[in-house]
Design a protein around this ligand. Structure first.
Ligand code: ADP
Ligand code: MG
Ligand code: MG
Length: 254
C-alpha cells in the first residue's frame, strides 16, 4: 500500500509543442506519512500535482505512478478520485451554477457509490464548514465563485475533511493565507491525518506551514526533480539557506 511515483517524466502541452517539465520524479508516500515538497516557483510542483490527478494537458512520457498497486496512468480523473486520490489545487476552480452544498454531496455520492444519509450529512457539512471558519451562507453559494483566496483554500480543506481520501495532494494550500487562516487550515489537515492511515503530499515553498503541520519527510524539488531529501530539519535548513545553492547545483547538472 502506497502512492508510488517512479522515474516520472511529464510533458506539458504548450503552443510550441510538448515541453518536458518533470524530469524523473521518485517519491513514495506510505499511509500515515506526511511528505513536504519544497521548491522555488516554476520548478514543476503544480505540474507534479496535476500529473498525479490526471489533468489532460500533462502527458507521462515515462515512469509510473501507482496507488495501492493500481497504475494511475490508465485511470480517468474520476477513477483516480474513487481510488482514493484527492488534489487541493493551488488555484481552486470557480464552478458557477453549482452550489457548494451540491458539489460536496455529488462528490461524496460519486466516491461512495451511494448518496450520503441526508440528516447526518448536513450535520457533517455544517460542522466541517464551521471548523474551517466558513459560515452557513457558503453552502448555498456557487463553489469558489467570488470566494476570496483564503476562502477557496478553506473550502478545499472542507472537501478534504468530508471526502476522507487515502492520499491527499495539497498544492500550496498555505499560499495567500494570513496567520490565523493558516492555523485554521493546518488544523483541518491535522484532523485529517489524525485518522492515522492517510498519506499527504504537501507542496509549498514556504516553511511557515511546517510549523503547524509536521512533515515526516521533506523533499527539495528543483527543475522537475527531487534533489535532496531529509526529515523536518531540512525545512529548517532551507529557511536559513534558501533554494539558491540547490538551483545552482541543478543547473550545473543539467
Ligand atoms: P510550480 O508549481 O513549481 O511553480 P509549475 O508546475 O506551475 O511550477 O510550472 C513549471 C513550469 O512549467 C513553468 O516554467 C511553467 O511555465 C511551465 N508550464 C506549466 N504548465 C504549462 C502550460 N500549460 N503551458 C506552458 N508552460 C507550462
Ligand atoms: Mg508557482
Ligand atoms: Mg505551483
Amino acid at each position: 500500500m502506497s502512492l508510488e511515483i517512479s522515474g516520472l517524466h511529464v510533458d506539458v502541452e504548450t503552443e510550441d509543442g510538448p515541453k518536458e517539465i518533470l524530469k524523473g520524479v521518485d517519491l513514495t508516500i506510505n499511509p500515515g506519512e506526511v511528505h513536504a515538497i519544497m521548491g522555488p516557483n516554476g520548478s514543476g510542483k503544480s505540474t507534479l500535482a496535476y500529473s498525479l490527478a490526471g489533468h489532460p494537458k500533462y502527458h507521462i512520457t515515462s515512469g509510473t505512478v501507482t496507488l495501492d498497486g493500481t497504475p494511475l496512468n490508465e485511470l480517468t480523473v474520476d477513477e483516480r478520485a474513487r481510488a482514493g486520490l484527492f488534489l487541493a489545487m493551488q488555484y481552486p476552480v470557480e464552478v458557477p451554477g453549482v452550489s457548494t452544498a451540491n458539489f460536496l454531496r455529488t462528490a461524496k455520492t460519486a466516491l461512495d457509490g451511494e448518496a450520503p444519509k441526508v440528516r447526518t450529512w448536513v450535520k457533517e457539512v455544517n460542522a466541517a464548514m464551521q471548523e474551517l471558519g466558513l459560515d452557513d451562507s457558503f453552502t448555498s453559494r456557487s463553489l469558489n465563485e467570488g470566494f476570496s483566496g483564503g476562502e477557496k483554500k478553506r473550502a478545499e480543506i472542507v472537501q478534504l475533511q468530508l471526502l476522507q481520501p487515502k492520499y491527499a495532494i495539497l498544492d500550496e494550500t498555505d499560499s495567500g493565507l494570513d496567520i490565523d487562516a493558516l492555523r485554521v487550515v493546518a488544523d483541518g489537515v491535522n484532523r485529517y491525518t489524525a485518522q492515522g492511515d492517510r498519506g499527504v503530499l504537501l507542496i509549498t515553498h514556504y516553511t511557515r506551514i511546517l510549523n503547524y503541520i509536521k512533515p515526516d519527510f521533506v523533499h527539495v524539488y528543483v527543475d522537475g526533480r527531487v534533489v535532496t531529501e531529509g526529515g523536518p530539519e531540512l525545512a529548517q535548513k532551507l529557511e536559513e539557506t534558501g533554494y539558491d545553492s540547490y538551483i545552482a547545483a541543478a543547473r550545473a547538472n543539467a
